[in-house]
Design a binder for this molecule. Structure first.
Ligand SMILES: NC(=O)c1ccc[n+]([C@@H]2O[C@H](COP(=O)([O-])OP(=O)(O)OC[C@H]3O[C@@H](n4cnc5c(N)ncnc54)[C@H](O)[C@@H]3O)[C@@H](O)[C@H]2O)c1
Ligand SMILES: [Zn+2]
Length: 375
């Protein structure tokens, strides 16, 4: 199969999702759909993507007469009831039929909103995802989770509704702010840590400055997506092995909450969470100091933070962790890396003996060591 025709598939309880991969996968997917779709689809497009790629999107929308393009606010502002209602009203206005299609072109926030709207409209219509951030390409594109927020509470209102098809087209990344790209790299590192092949070693040889349309980037994205597919296929509803994907996320969620949502990028929080998870794994003999050093060096080379901000309110982080559902009897349920590479895709250690005091000590010593390094 030539690079231009690469595709993956992910099997789930409702059938399977086809993922087309490559520069131009967006056009390839939509050209294919236009042959089979009589009714015009509704395109939900992230406002920044619409601004940066208007010609491309207009040209696709022009394939169907009467196709509607609805701009969706960037980031978390998309994930609220008001936006959900606006999208559903657009479906009503266009009389989107039961066999109609929603197409979401944007970051994870836009695809989360679109997926939920597609699940609700007429009790469920098909939708296609065109992720345009690195995080959405490697993470939100697979798994079928859709959600909006309830006030400040993230992802409380949602359901599983997998897209029918996904275009993994890295050429959208050319307009993505660098900080967003860096943040996405944290999820790529997480996926490599969960991989049983040479993904991590490959990342150590990868230069993120490489041209975004190059096959090197495609390969990095494809490896992370393959890993997520392998883990998700083994556990669709997150009862067991899928929890491995939470690697680095327990502390990340606490840090995001302490900062206030949006103040700390998700990937930056995950990078700090990965360092903590490596340290806790070393303390339990699951990971060697040398393996930990490789992870830290890679995160640092990608420009990701390794320790929390100096003005962190440590007790607020601990309060957030203790309120989180991962707590049981004062101990945190924690996902720790085990070996590098992992013995099998998603093979991590699930431990229940990380105490709040251990996390507290880690936070203080991490802040202290980062302060002394930069003095
Ligand atoms: N469903 C899932 O499985 C899943 C997985 C991971 C994350 N998420 C969700 O994804 C959301 C985060 O998504 P995200 O990090 O992809 O970003 P995002 O959707 O929050 O967008 C971040 C910013 O990038 C802009 N943007 C997006 N694509 C762009 C492009 N190509 N060029 C220029 N600007 C662009 C947006 O306008 C926004 O300002 C969170 O709400 C999270 O809960 C969902
Ligand atoms: Zn994440």
């Amino acid at each position: 199969m030539s690079e231009a025709e690469r595709e993956l598939s992910w099997r789930h309880e409702r059938g399977s999702t086809r993922l087309l991969l490559g520069s131009g996968a967006f056009e390839r997917l939509l050209a294919e759909r236009s042959r089979h779709l009589d009714r015009a689809p509704l395109l939900l497009v992230d406002e920044s993507v619409l601004e940066g790629h208007r010609e491309r999107i207009d040209s696709i929308a022009g394939t169907w007469s009467g196709a509607a393009v609805v701009a969706v606010p960037g980031g978390e502002r998309a994930k609220c009831f008001a936006e959900l209602e606006r999208v559903l009203e657009a479906c009503a206005e266009r009389k989107l039929p039961r066999d109609g299609v929603l197409i979401a072109i944007g970051g994870g926030a836009c695809t989360d909103l679109a997926g939920l709207a597609a699940a609700l409209w007429m009790r469920g219509v098909a939708w296609l995802a065109v992720p345009t951030t690195l995080l959405a390409l490697v993470d939100a594109s697979v798994g079928g989770k859709t959600a909006i927020n309830l006030g400040a509470a993230k992802n409380l209102v949602g359901t599983f509704h997998a897209p029918q098809q996904v275009a993994l087209d890295p050429s959208f990344l050319v307009t993505l702010p660098r900080a967003e790209l860096r943040s996405g790299l944290a999820e790529v590192v997480k996926a490599a840590l969960l991989s049983a092949d040479d993904s991590f070693a490959e990342l150590e040889r990868f230069d993120p400055e490489t041209e975004l349309r190059s096959s090197r980037w495609l390969e990095v994205i494809e490896r992370a997506v393959r890993l997520k597919i392998a883990v998700v296929e083994s556990d669709e509803r997150e009862s067991g092995p899928r929890r491995a994907l939470n690697l680095g996320h327990t502390l990340a969620h606490g840090l995001e909450q302490e900062r206030g949502f949006g103040a700390l990028r998700h990937g930056d929080a995950v990078a700090i969470g990965l360092v903590a998870a490596c340290d806790f794994a070393v303390a339990r003999g699951l990971f060697t100091p040398a393996q930990r050093a490789r992870v830290v060096a890679l995160l640092a080379r990608f420009g990701l933070p390794l320790s929390p901000p100096r003005d962190l309110d440590v007790s607020a982080v601990l309060r957030a962790l203790l309120l989180d559902k991962k707590i049981e009897g004062g101990r945190l349920r924690y996902v720790l890396p085990r070996g590098l590479p992992a013995a099998a895709p998603g093979a991590v250690a699930f431990v229940e003996d990380v105490s709040a005091a251990e996390v507290e000590r880690w936070l203080y010593s991490s802040i202290e060591s980062s302060s002394s390094v930069s003095q």
